[in-house]
Ligand binder design. Structure first.
Ligand code: NAD
Ligand code: DAU
Length: 332
């Protein structure tokens, strides 16, 4: 049994990870989360209090971070400003949390000699052409496009430097687009599902040709536990489940699964600097560490996600109007 500190554990992927750890291990978890607009304590509702402790706080708060690192065996770092569209509107919080926050955690990992796993994104590699047979691998050069992805790239490079210069026992994973329960309604899939539930037409940026490589959040969690257990210190692992789909196909599938005509959506203003395609080659994680995704059927996973949003309106309703007002102000 280990004691884990999970930063950002009240967010989408962090809360899915906490649920996964509680179900599949006997670890104890402390969640450190600032409860920004993206954090929601309800995502941790019902978990056993003797195994989960919640601490409201900021990852840039060095004394708090130092205290918490002294009480755990390992740290999994999810906390971030995570939304590209927000980063185009106001980049500053991305620099504070993603860069200074990660630096603050690395300094504590160094002082306390704690195992550290850094959660990152495939967006650090930039994008691919639609017809390019290549996929991202661990050796693809960094080429981020947005304020969000550039701060995530910066945070990855900090981790690498702290491994090499200070011997911090860290690993990094770069994952593709996640879907599943507890995802904020600002993001593509929940935004469209909750639009349909409210009788509003889904909104597709530009022509909808952009491709994302979808993975269920629970598969991401299993991969992270695998890397925490078996990953080699200083190494990077790409996480992906061969789930490439363009946005138009995803919107049409959502409409179909929700009993609406497949063309009942609107094209809206495109995202500035919109990455065209992401695609992950996760051969290393599969062959060296033995991980494999369990949610192979995207349509079934999407149907379950739609059912979750239908059954949990109280979880998302409070955020929906503000998110839609923000998008409307940008013609999206
Ligand atoms: P999210 O926005 O849903 O959650 C982020 C969480 O971090 C929230 O609970 C928020 O309150 C917390 N947080 C933000 N700033 C903080 C701070 N300064 N101190 C403490 N807590 C703070 O994000 P997500 O989609 O769950 O992403 C989690 C991580 O996974 C991020 O590092 C992101 O870059 C990475 N990632 C996300 C995806 C994806 O598809 N969503 C894919 C690959 C990697
Ligand atoms: O690839 C991993 C990344 O995936 C993570 O690092 C990010 O944290 C996460 O937010 C996600 O980034 P994207 O920008 O790909 O996700 P988003 O849900 O914002 O958009 C997915 C695609 O859908 C993208 O091509 C933009 C498009 N889109 C998005 C919204 C919100 C639309 O067409 N309409 C929309 O309303």
């Amino acid at each position: 049994m280990s004691k884990l500190l999970v930063t950002g554990g009240a967010g989408f992927i962090g809360s899915n990870f906490v649920h996964h750890v509680l179900e599949h291990t006997n670890h104890e978890v402390t969640v450190l989360d600032a409860l920004t607009y993206a954090g929601n304590l309800a995502s941790l509702h019902g978990l056993p209090e003797d195994r989960v402790t919640f601490v409201k706080g900021d990852i840039t708060d060095a004394p708090l971070v130092d205290d918490l690192f002294g009480k755990v065996d390992a740290v999994v770092h999810y906390a971030a400003e995570s939304h590209n569209d927000n980063s185009l509107h106001d980049p500053r919080p991305f620099l504070d949390t993603n860069i200074v926050g990660t630096y603050t955690l690395l300094e504590a990992a160094r002082r306390h000699d704690r195992r550290f796993h850094h959660i990152s994104t495939d967006e650090v590699y930039g994008d691919l052409e639609l017809d390019d047979p290549a996929r991202f691998t661990e050796t693809t050069p960094y080429n981020p496009s947005s304020p969000y992805s550039s701060t995530k790239a910066g945070s990855d490079l900090l981790v690498r430097a702290w491994v090499r210069s200070f011997g911090v026992r860290a690993t990094i994973s770069n994952c593709s687009n996640n879907y599943g329960p507890y995802q904020h309604v600002e993001k593509f899939i929940p935004r469209q599902i909750t639009n349909v539930l409210r009788g509003v037409r889904p909104k597709l940026y530009g022509r909808g040709e952009n491709v994302r490589d979808w993975i269920h959040a629970d598969d991401h969690s299993a991969a992270v536990l695998t890397i925490l257990d078996k990953g080699a210190i200083g190494e990077t692992y790409l996480i992906g489940a061969d789930g490439e789909k363009n946005n138009k196909d995803v919107v049409e599938l959502i409409l179909e699964l929700m009993g609406r005509p497949a063309d009942a959506y609107d094209h809206v203003t495109d995202r500035a600097g919109h990455d065209l395609r992401y695609a992950i080659d996760s051969t290393r994680l599969r062959e060296e560490l033995g991980w494999a995704p369990r949610y192979g059927d995207f349509e079934a996973g999407l149907a379950a996600t739609i059912a979750w949003y239908r059954d949990n309106e109280s979880w998302w309703a409070g955020a929906k109007d503000g998110v839609e007002a923000f998008y409307a102000s940008k013609g999206q």
